[in-house]
Design a protein around this ligand. Structure first.
Ligand code: AR6
Length: 169
């Protein structure tokens, strides 16, 4: 199972996969962080498609094409803003991963790359987010034999170490 899971350090906009996941906001209108990088790399047609989708509530996800990205699709998942940890943030974060996998199944996609959702601008502590992300990914790999590869792309070496530690724990 874990042979289908990989943790790498890098820029998710360079990843070739059936889908990459975007850490979006509810407007789906683009933003900073990984969202800004994905929109810049995909080109303006991505924003045009996003704007046809309406708002996406926190914890949910929407799918678009990948346009100029090497990835075929973008799954836009809206993570929770960290509010101290007692406002359902853990469950909402888990729900992003689950809904992303549900979209993959619906569209027959087999390979996917995730960033560390919510742990940038949205302030979710990465030490708490990593075990939640990895639990959901492992569960999806167990349940869904059609999934060929799940890659988590960490932007910094420090973030990669946090995920590696959580994977080993
Ligand atoms: N590749 C992989 N990871 C990246 C990249 C990249 N190119 N760029 C940043 N990261 P963030 P959030 C990492 O802030 O916390 C946006 O404005 C980053 O280091 O992108 O979910 C949206 O529009 C961090 O570890 O997303 C929303 O308004 C992780 O990606 C808001 O930010 C997530 O950081 C969402 O905040």
């Amino acid at each position: 199972m874990t042979d289908r899971l990989e943790l790498i350090q890098g820029d998710i906009t360079h990843v070739t996969a059936d889908a990459i996941v975007n850490a979006a906001n509810s407007s789906l209108g683009g933003g900073g962080g990984v969202d800004g990088a994905i929109h810049r790399a995909a080109g303006r047609e991505l924003l045009a498609e996003c704007l046809t989708l309406g708002r996406c509530p926190t914890g949910q996800a929407r799918i678009t094409k990948g346009y100029r990205l090497p990835a075929g699709h973008v799954i836009h998942a809206v993570g929770p803003v960290w509010q101290g940890g007692r406002n359902g943030e853990d469950a909402l974060l888990a729900s992003c991963y689950r809904n992303a996998f549900a979209l993959m199944e619906k569209h027959g996609l087999r390979t996917v790359a995730f960033p560390s959702i919510s742990t940038g601008v949205y302030g979710f502590p990465i030490e708490r987010a990593a075990p939640i992300a990895l639990r959901e990914i492992r569960e999806a790999l167990e349940r869904r034999p059609e999934l060929e590869r799940v890659t988590v792309v960490l932007f910094s070496e420090k973030d990669l170490k946090v995920y590696q530690q959580a994977l080993g724990a």
